[in-house]
Design a protein around this ligand. Structure first.
Ligand SMILES: Nc1ncnc2c1ncn2[C@@H]1O[C@H](COP(=O)(O)OP(=O)(O)OP(=O)(O)O)[C@@H](O)[C@H]1O
Ligand SMILES: [Mg+2]
Length: 294
């Protein structure tokens, strides 16, 4: 068909936020599940060094982590967890205080191993810690695409603005996607066909955010979509199962599927600035330039 010789490109997308608890981990797990429903192969890299969450949400328990890989005890392949639906997880590096504190050799070895295990995978989704810390920026800088997960809550918007500002002014990021999560539904029945109440609220919040960004920052913003506040999200976390598996027709699950479709539609879009190779090139450059994480 003409694409026979084209090497498949792994799309590396990091999910980040200014404020904590906006729904990064939930979004990564649910979007990953939705992408597997679309027939894509997906790997999640749990880069939240503080609290390992991805495994907890999926009810799986890592025996070993990246820490063991760095200590040379096991290979990265051996720490990867298989979650229901064909998802694969690189569990959080518990025992490692900061990836920025790694030696150049450790970092090179880790990145090479990630490249190997993610080869041929359609998506590598990175779940980061909240805030503008050095590790977070390290992963955001390395990923080809950055998704800022925020809620219409004013503190979340203020912190998201600070994050986008640092991304653009200090790390040269030109484009950021926004996922408006946990949007109030205003007690209106949610229907699929029309622009629903939560979508209106979410779009308005995105507009306000976009106006502030357009005035003061040189970043292209794109709204990936809105996900309503839905108590089934909490239920699924308590059950340690993906929302899409447990409550496939809940409002949040339907919204997440739309977001995943939008992400996937851009697969061959030129907006995507690079895949896996880009990821590693960036990491190595940070190394060469003596990136200290400060
Ligand atoms: N769409 C939603 N509707 C209802 N509750 C939600 C929604 N999204 C997230 N939540 C709730 O918000 C809480 C935080 O979610 P999550 O852990 O995904 O956030 P986070 O951004 O990863 O947090 P952290 O910054 O601590 O890593 C969870 O308890 C979850 O139940
Ligand atoms: Mg999290």
């Amino acid at each position: 068909m003409g694409f026979g010789n084209m090497k498949s490109v792994t799309r590396v997308i990091s999910f980040t936020s200014g404020k904590g608890g906006t729904g990064k981990t939930t979004s990564v797990v649910n979007i990953a599940t939705a992408l597997t429903e679309l027939g894509r192969s997906v790997m999640i890299f749990d880069a939240d060094l503080g609290l390992a969450n991805v495994d907890v949400m999926l009810g799986i328990r890592p025996q070993r982590t990246i820490h063991d890989v760095l200590e040379g005890r096991v290979r990265l392949e051996e720490v990867i967890l298989n979650a229901p639906g064909g998802l694969r997880i690189i569990p959080a590096a518990s025992g490692v205080s900061s990836l920025c504190a790694l030696s150049a050799r450790q970092r090179l070895s880790l990145t090479q191993q990630i490249e190997q295990v993610a080869e041929g995978v359609d998506y590598l989704l990175i779940d980061t810690q909240a805030g503008i810390g050095a590790d977070v920026m390290y992963f955001n800088g390395a990923a080809a695409e950055v998704v800022c997960v925020m809620t219409p809550d004013p503190t979340s918007m203020t912190d998201a603005y600070a994050l986008v500002k640092v991304l653009s002014q200090e790390y040269g990021e030109r484009a950021v996607s926004v996922l408006m999560n946990n949007v109030p539904t205003a007690d209106v029945q949610i229907r699929t066909a029309e622009l629903t109440a939560y979508e209106k609220i979410g779009q308005q919040a995105f507009q306000r955010f976009g106006n502030a960004v357009a005035r003061f920052l040189h970043v292209e913003l794109d709204c990936l979509g809105c996900v309503p506040a839905d108590r089934m999200v909490g239920e699924s976390i308590r059950a340690q199962k993906p929302l899409l598996e447990l409550f496939p027709s809940s409002p949040a699950a339907r919204a997440v599927r739309r977001v995943a479709c939008r992400i996937d539609q851009a697969f061959l879009d030129h907006r995507v600035k690079g895949g896996m190779q880009f990821f590693f090139q960036q990491l190595l450059e940070m190394n060469e330039h003596g990136y200290s994480g400060a």
